[in-house]
Write a protein of this length. Structure first.
Length: 247
């Protein structure tokens, strides 16, 4: 790896692991290096505690080089926003896939926190296979191909229900503070990637683009919520362009 090569830091979603980014990393090739760590509560970091925002951001900062391109999917996108706000000079560009700045309405956020607490308690009584099959029925994740669904299921089995329950309590949208009012502080270019079939997050992306100083929305044809899983080549092309401009 050249000392001058820009590096991408890739943050996975809830119930996934860093391995979920493997198709994107393969499409990027060795000339465009990327790091995809397991976030606390997931995969190899399932037992790392506490699972809260500040320790997680500390892990990510230590894993990243001095300057980097940052990408995140869903939960990883929320974390990417918090990381970019905490270290704006280190993040050259930001790529968010199916991401949101959080739940702005306090009552709605509290309702989500209570629902997530109930789910976390239920998860603790399940084995990971049973929970993975249940989570796959989440409406926002529907419509993926059989091959994508199989790979996602295999990735979820790298987790534990105990770790995921801690992640849901500590990093869920009902817990993390929303950052809608801070989007204007982000100086770097931001690419908001959303699937053509993901109407909810298309609307969120359009709202975000208005608040961000340097943003573009890219709608991925035929894709749902997890564009990096359904069209890794497209996301790799976006990242390749960001990495090249960050040299």
């Amino acid at each position: 790896m050249s000392r001058r090569s820009a590096v991408a830091l890739l943050l996975h979603g809830f119930t996934h692991t860093g391995a979920s980014w493997d198709p994107v990393r393969e499409a990027l090739g060795q000339s465009h290096p990327a790091i995809a760590p397991d976030i606390r509560g997931h995969g190899s970091a399932a037992d790392r505690q506490p699972v809260r925002l500040e320790p997680v951001l500390g892990d990510l900062v230590r894993a990243a080089p001095e300057r980097f391109v940052l990408a995140g999917y869903s939960m990883g996108g929320r974390l990417a926003l918090h990381l970019a706000l905490a270290h704006p000079r280190r993040v050259r560009q930001l790529v968010l896939v199916g991401a949101s700045p959080g739940i702005a309405d306090p009552a709605e956020r509290e309702a989500r926190r209570l629902a997530d607490e109930q789910l976390a308690t239920e998860m603790e009584g399940l084995d990971i296979e049973s929970f993975a099959r249940r989570w796959a029925q989440t409406p926002v994740l529907a419509g993926a191909s059989v091959d994508v669904a199989r790979r996602v299921h295999e990735d979820r089995l790298r987790n534990t229900t105990a770790g995921l329950s801690r992640a849901l309590r500590g990093l869920g949208p009902g817990t993390l503070r929303p950052v809608w009012d801070r989007l204007g502080e982000l100086p770097m270019p931001v690419t908001l990637v959303v699937g053509e079939r993901d109407a909810k997050f298309q609307a969120i992306a359009q709202q975000m683009a208005v608040a961000l100083p340097r943003a573009q929305v890219l709608v991925a044809p035929g894709c749902g919520h997890a564009v990096h899983l359904e069209d890794p080549g497209l996301v790799a092309r976006i990242l390749r362009g960001a990495l090249s401009s960050a040299q």
